[in-house]
Design a protein around this ligand. Structure first.
Ligand code: FAD
Length: 380
């Protein structure tokens, strides 16, 4: 039974997105992996075709599209087997903070550029000394007349060197209660006192420019604060649900992709005079993986529907984030094993998929933190 009711328009969109990705994204993936970053014009092209920030209301230049368009695009992008052109981070994680919490003036100033791809966004929460414990961030934001002065350091910021606009989490050092000390601010790249560090060398995600960012007496206008003072933590709690759901969507789509290329490989590769897919062990491996992937897909699609209906699914999303990313990692390892020595070679896509999936258990809240959230909201 189909859990998600895709319309004819959704199907047409999936085909169009697939064709676009084939023509404009796939031919550049190797070059981006080598360069450690995606070229800016790839963002602009995507925006030009209407593939960025599709949910933004029409009054700001968006399409006012429903969440399924983001789901479809994320699934189709996953098949490119690279992480650099992180449209979902921009469109479904960062820009929603602006759409939901910025003033009218700020929305009119920034949203059209976010939609066109002229403005690439990033979000900076994590610091060198704190990641999981968000309430312990030290980057300070101190009011000074009609400005706010930022000092501190952020790390692991995706789109860190490419970003034109940053959503930054910082605290008022005078406020003791950590939950009302934090605010979110928009910081333009190029603001004096805001410096981008070097790209961080990572195990995977080679085309993604993850970077450190530094703030030294960086003055931004006070109207760049998103929402009322002291609301940053609440804003983050509200929006992190969609970030975790996007992560689960990527994990299930990634597992489906890895399984598909592995089944093909097993049918083509022969050993002892027959395709390896004819060995019972290989068949059982594939059937077990396919079962896990189907379970993940069923759980995920139900949550997508619930999310669109505005249901309270904090516990389920935390469970889905940890379970689907753990599952995708199990699938990655078993798929690589079925490729034999070739699985460990860059020429074979499973090698990059295996390497890149690892981080999904760490970011968007580690899987341990997800279990902690689920336990808390289950009243344990
Ligand atoms: C490629 C990549 C991209 C990223 N992109 C971004 C980004 O765009 N923006 C951003 O702000 N951050 C980003 N991050 C940061 C990421 O969200 C953090 O790394 C993550 O939240 C974990 O924080 P940490 O690294 O400080 O680990 P720590 O918090 O130090 O955790 C270390 C270990 O301790 C465990 N642990 C910590 N607390 C508990 C607890 N209470 N109970 C049980 N176990 C616990 C963790 O689960 C983990 O296993 C990215 C990270 C990577 C690697």
């Amino acid at each position: 039974m189909e859990i998600i009711k895709y319309s004819e328009e959704h199907r047409i969109f999936r085909e169009a997105a697939g064709r676009y990705i084939e023509k404009e994204v796939m031919p550049h993936v190797e070059e981006w992996e080598e360069a450690g970053v995606v070229s800016k014009d790839a963002w602009e092209k995507m925006g030009g075709q209407g593939f960025l920030c599709m949910d933004v209301p029409e009054e700001y230049g968006g399409l006012g599209a429903d969440f399924l368009y983001s789901v479809i695009l994320t699934e189709e992008m996953t098949k490119t087997n690279h992480s650099g052109l992180l449209a979902t981070l921009h469109s479904d994680v960062v820009v929603p903070y602006i759409t939901s919490f910025a003033s009218e003036e700020i929305k009119k100033r920034y949203l059209p550029g976010c939609i066109s791809g002229d403005i690439v966004t990033a979000i900076a929460m994590t610091e060198p000394n704190t990641g999981s414990d968000l309430a312990a961030i030290k980057t300070s934001a101190v009011e000074d007349g009609d400005a706010v002065v930022i000092n501190g350091q952020k790390t692991f910021v995706s789109n860190g060197t490419t970003c034109d606009l940053l959503v930054l989490a910082a605290r008022d050092p005078e406020v003791q209660d950590p939950y009302s000390a934090i605010d979110l601010y928009l910081v333009d790249a190029g603001t004096p006192g805001f410096e981008k560090g070097k790209k961080i060398k990572k195990v995977g995600w080679h085309s993604q420019d993850t970077a450190e960012l530094y703030f030294t007496d960086c003055r931004i206008p006070i109207e760049n604060r998103l929402g009322a003072k002291g609301s940053g933590f609440a804003h983050l709690m509200q929006k992190l649900q969609q970030e975790r759901l996007m992560c689960a969507i990527g994990a299930v789509a990634g597992a489906e992709y890895m399984l598909e290329i592995t089944i093909k490989y097993c049918k083509e590769r022969s050993a002892f005079g027959r395709p390896i897919s004819k060995f019972q062990h290989v068949q059982f491996e594939i059937v077990e993986m396919a079962t896990e992937v189907k379970l993940g897909r069923t759980f995920l699609d139900k949550l997508i529907v619930d999310h669109m209906e505005g249901k309270n699914i904090v516990v389920d999303v935390a469970m889905a984030k940890y379970w689907t990313t753990d599952m995708a990692n199990r699938v990655a390892d078993r798929c690589l094993q079925l490729h034999g020595g070739y699985g460990y070679c860059e020429e074979y896509p499973i090698a990059r998929a295996w390497r890149d999936i690892r981080v999904t258990r760490i970011f968007a809240g580690t899987n341990e933190i997800m279990k902690g959230i689920a336990a808390k909201f289950m009243g344990l």
